[in-house]
Design a protein around this ligand. Sequence first.
Ligand SMILES: Cc1cc2nc3c(=O)[nH]c(=O)nc-3n(C[C@H](O)[C@H](O)[C@H](O)COP(=O)(O)OP(=O)(O)OC[C@H]3O[C@@H](n4cnc5c(N)ncnc54)[C@H](O)[C@@H]3O)c2cc1C
Length: 289
Amino acid sequence: MSSLMFYSLAFFLCSCFTLSNGASDPNSIYKSFLQCLPAQSSKPDPSISTIVYGSVTNSSSYTAVLQAYIKNSRLNTTSTPKPAVIITPTKESHVQAAVLCARKLGVQIKIRSGGHDYEGISYISSEKNFVVLDMFNFRTVNVNIATETAVVEGGAQLGELYYRIWEKSKVHGFPAGIQYSVNWNEGDPKPEQNYLNQSRVLYKFMTEYVSKNPRGAFLNYRDLDIGVMKGTGKSGYNSGKVYGEKYFMGNFDRLAKVKTAVDPGNFFRNEQSIPVIPGSKSRKMTTLN
Ligand SMILES: Cc1cc2nc3c(=O)[nH]c(=O)nc-3n(C[C@H](O)[C@H](O)[C@H](O)COP(=O)(O)OP(=O)(O)OC[C@H]3O[C@@H](n4cnc5c(N)ncnc54)[C@H](O)[C@@H]3O)c2cc1C
């Protein structure tokens, strides 16, 4: 090994060590992001530091941004796991920079669009360090009545979609959002436990009347009770198969192949994401049957 190569390798290892070591508490992660984001932008972008919120440095705006899209009161308590940093991109290059920095710093990235996930996994995590990429600034709704289509950005809320459709047509609509929801006071574990138990009793009671062999579940009604990803490799895959086959049935295998081809390191992950097939390291897209 040439000495130049040795020093380059040593420098690379040192940088990784510093980053992963430095990124162990929320404030260091915040500072590392502030440093990293401009470096990932192709052009100088003075606005980039204004899209980063840290729980220590700008705690009141951090809390306001975090709570704005927590739709489930059960997940808005002092003991709810909180992201070290929230990034609120206003343009696509901010998204790219945030993803690259999360990868570089070795922290999990959660992406929040509307925050309506029933288990809140767009803004909480079972991992110690995580950041939230909050897409609420991307909320354009374009309705085309001639083609009866609408293009809706991820951060838009249903009310905005209904409104934009109503502006253009009195006969078109989009069926969604009719739900029964319960609320309880923040920080009071008793009613929470009571409501959760009632849901579980109803779930058990209804089991014999719903699909069997295979037993299915609707992904939009996320339910961590049907299983979560545990560990990596074989155990990650086996645990992912449990909920994956319920949500996606015969498509689960295809999704796992795609996941393995495009994200073999499982960078984009959550408690119920598609697992990587163990032992396959190829980054090439293969033909999917
Ligand atoms: C009151 C209420 C009414 C509802 N009504 C309906 C209904 O009528 N029909 C129906 O089908 N469902 C309904 N749902 C369920 C809802 O559609 C799902 O929870 C859906 O996931 C919400 O989207 P979101 O963008 O708000 O989710 P989020 O909570 O923001 O995200 C959900 C998941 O997707 C990931 N994610 C979010 N954005 C991105 C992105 N840009 N790129 C990659 N990953 C991303 C998140 O990390 C998370 O894992 C309802 C939910 C609620 C709370």
